[in-house]
Design a protein around this ligand. Structure first.
Ligand code: NAP
Length: 248
């Protein structure tokens, strides 16, 4: 039997990569799925690619937009059974090259927007619902070149996962975190890397991953499905999908 039959799932950042793969998997498991993206172009492209999935334009870094998004989903679908807080950007640079815009853009989208999306969505999540956060192995490990700011945004998400889980436990809402390692998705194409820098980043990561390879968006989607549907006695947990890279 389909694992998410009749469920309403909202995925922030679902136009590509992990979010898009998870949207397809959730849909195949019977859920009604709504995903978001940041630009008309990416939203249009996702609409063409993601059959049967609703794709909305909503800036994850804009607090007012997170409220409008939740209101829109609630008005149309009545509730949000599964909230996958997944939208994020990743920029890498040594400290000396980091300016305020570099810092703020990542904190606004990865942390502030994520927090307010959860805040606005919680009243629309029925008792027994699920929230899943996409953090990163970079939130736990040092040594991923230039990841000071990105890693700290993901460390904040790991913290949200633990604290919000405790706050929502009385309502039976489970809150869990996925921390992927390097996964081949369009994310590195969006941060200004040249092809050579991207290749160097991936090869450098591979050399440190115990399983010896990068992961796939489908492998992360499988973890999201597990946390959404099967992990009925897990809350405040963090699932690393990282080929063994984390160094806790
Ligand atoms: N790939 C990895 O190696 C890796 C590892 C650890 C963690 N992660 C995390 O996994 C999550 C998904 O990333 P991905 O690898 O699947 O990359 P991706 O393909 O670039 O997906 C990122 C998604 O977030 C959306 N997004 C970004 N900024 C947004 C904004 N301001 N408003 C609305 N949507 C926005 C993107 O939509 P648009 O294209 O429309 O902007 C896209 O749908 C991120 O949180 C990332 O930090 C990725």
């Amino acid at each position: 039997m389909a694992k998410l039959n009749g469920k309403i799932a909202l995925i922030s950042g679902g136009t590509s990569g992990i979010g898009a793969e998870t949207a397809k998997l959730f849909r195949s498991e019977g859920a009604t799925v709504i995903v978001t993206g940041s630009s008309q172009r990416s939203v249009d492209a996702a609409r063409a690619e993601l059959a049967g999935i609703e794709v909305l334009l909503s800036d994850a870094g804009n607090v007012a937009a997170t409220k409008i998004l939740v209101d829109q989903v609630k008005a149309k679908h009545g509730r949000i059974d599964v909230l996958f807080v997944n939208a994020g950007i990743a920029k890498f640079a040594p400290i000396a090259q980091i300016d305020e815009e570099f810092y703020d853009s990542q904190f606004n989208i990865n942390v502030k927007g994520a927090f307010f999306l959860i805040k606005h969505a919680v009243p629309a999540i029925p008792d027994g619902g699920a929230i899943i956060l996409t953090a990163s192995v970079a939130g736990a490990n040092g040594g991923l070149g230039g990841s000071t700011v990105y890693g700290s945004t993901k460390a904040a998400l790991r913290s949200f996962g633990r604290t919000i889980a405790k706050e929502l436990a009385p309502r039976g809402i489970r809150v869990n975190t996925i921390s992927p390692g390097p996964i081949v998705t369009p994310i590195l194409d969006k941060n200004g890397f040249t092809a050579a820098q991207k290749e160097g980043f991936i090869e450098g990561a591979k050399a440190r991953i115990p399983l010896g390879r990068t992961g796939t968006a489908a492998e992360v989607a499988a973890a999201a499905l597990y946390l959404a549907a099967d992990a009925t006695y897990s809350t405040g947990a963090e699932l690393f999908v990282d080929g063994g890279l984390v160094d806790l």
